[in-house]
Design a protein around this ligand. Structure first.
Ligand SMILES: Cc1ncc(COP(=O)(O)O)c(C=O)c1O
Length: 411
């Protein structure tokens, strides 16, 4: 008789983990109040709820300014445009990320240059960043992936040495702190997503954080059709409408009320999970960098060794975890394999230089490819809002799958 739920056995967990997002009367009242008030849109920018959220979120992370907009993709495009990055420029991004990080430079007119990630954190490898710098390089976009943060000490030192801007992709890092400085407050800009799965969500939305008054003004202008935001200079920009409506902004204010408690719980249960799952054969944990001084995460990432799972890779393991009642995902395809960024398949400008130097199919990203194609298992955050039993069941599910890996479908 089969043991694994995916093969017909009994699942480890039958009760669902807590749903996301958490919804209560507060959300309903916040939206109802906006509906009754009639000021639903994001114009004039920022609306009162947007402005209130911007201020509170910036304060929570430790930045002087927050700029709320429609999602966490255009945030990065706007950041690069505000920094004056565009045609002919190169922006260094990690190969292991969501496509939005690489889309943003292209949307701004620049070229994304992929580099590998480190084995210890699966975040951008500072040595690879340094090796990829050319006279055209203008910015580095580290991604704080999963439960980690990129090595911001090294990234900021490299940026200072080569006079480059840093835009942090913090879509997974609301609440994190690095050496007591908030994620998104270390580089020139920090970019956050408030999309449905993210840990500070209104279903849609994105925030930029910055300490720089002028960059904040420019970002506000770029998302508001280029309207000037400084009465003295009357500085128009080349902008479009990336505003977020007030219904979403009001939901974000409630989400931010709930956030600190959720963050503490995630950190406690994340630490417990890490300790327990490290004992499962074939599972490698990547403890959070000790320079992370406030831990908060979107997904907890582990690496499986296919040899210890009867040769199966992360796909069948994640399917089996789902069948056992534990949400799991294989994560992002490495950008080196992503169609949009294959010069032969996309309309990415195939200049002689690009073909020779920046064609991902001719480059090597061994760590990102191993993670993205075989090893990465992203454990859903709902495990970390449950309780000690929920964590123990998630660990037992992984251990059970490892013990009975020969029951898994090939793959
Ligand atoms: C790493 C990363 N960057 C950027 C984004 C883009 O955010 P959004 O979906 O709000 O555009 C996401 C998630 O969707 C993400 O996971």
């Amino acid at each position: 008789m089969a043991s694994l739920a995916i093969a017909g056995g009994t699942p480890v967990r039958t009760d669902p983990y807590p749903p996301w997002p958490e919804v209560g009367d507060e959300e309903v009242e916040a939206v109802a109040e906006v509906v009754r008030g009639g000021a639903w849109g994001g114009f004039p920018e920022p609306g009162p709820h947007a402005a209130a959220f911007e201020e509170r979120f910036a304060q929570y992370q430790g930045a002087r300014h927050g700029i709320l907009m429609s999602n966490g993709t255009v945030t990065m495009e706007v950041a690069l445009k505000a920094l004056g990055i565009g045609w002919g420029d190169e922006v260094i991004v990690p190969t292991l990320t969501f496509s939005a990080t690489a889309y943003a430079p292209i949307a701004a007119g620049a070229l994304p240059v992929f580099v590998d990630v480190t084995e210890a954190t699966w975040t951008i490898d500072p040595d690879a960043v340094e090796a990829a710098i050319t006279p055209r390089t203008r910015a580095i976009m580290p991604v704080h992936l999963g439960h980690q943060m990129a090595d911001m000490d090294r990234i900021m030192a490299i940026a200072a040495a080569y006079d480059l801007a840093v835009v942090e992709d913090c879509a997974h890092a609301h609440g994190q702190r690095w050496n007591d400085v908030g994620a998104g407050c270390i580089g020139a800009f920090g970019s956050f997503s408030h999309q449905s799965s993210k840990i500070l969500t209104a279903g849609e939305g994105g925030s930029l954080l910055t300490d720089d008054d002028r960059l904040a003004r420019l970002a506000h202008s770029i998302i508001d059709c280029g309207r000037p935001k400084d009465d003295a200079e009357r500085e128009y920009t080349f902008g479009a409408n990336y505003r977020l409506g007030e219904l979403h902004a009001a939901l974000l204010e409630v989400a931010l009320d709930r956030f600190p408690g959720q963050q503490v719980r995630r950190a406690e249960l994340g630490a417990l999970f890490q300790e327990q799952v490290a004992t499962v054969p074939g599972v490698r944990v990547m403890p959070p960098d000790p320079r992370i001084t406030r831990w908060s995460f979107y997904r907890y990432l582990v690496a499986i060794d296919p040899d210890a799972f009867a040769g199966r890779t992360h796909g069948p393991v994640c399917d089996a975890l789902e069948a056992e009642g534990v949400g799991a995902w294989t994560g992002y395809e490495p950008m080196s394999r992503y169609d949009l960024f294959q010069p032969a398949l996309s309309r990415l400008p195939v200049t002689v230089e690009h073909a020779a130097r920046l064609d991902p199919s001719r480059m090597s990203f061994p760590v990102a490819e191993a993670a993205g194609l075989r090893e990465a298992v992203y454990i859903d955050e709902h495990v970390f809002r449950s309780d000690e039993d929920g964590v123990a069941q998630a660990v037992e599910a992984i251990a059970k799958i490892q013990r009975h890996a020969d029951e898994l479908p090939e793959g």
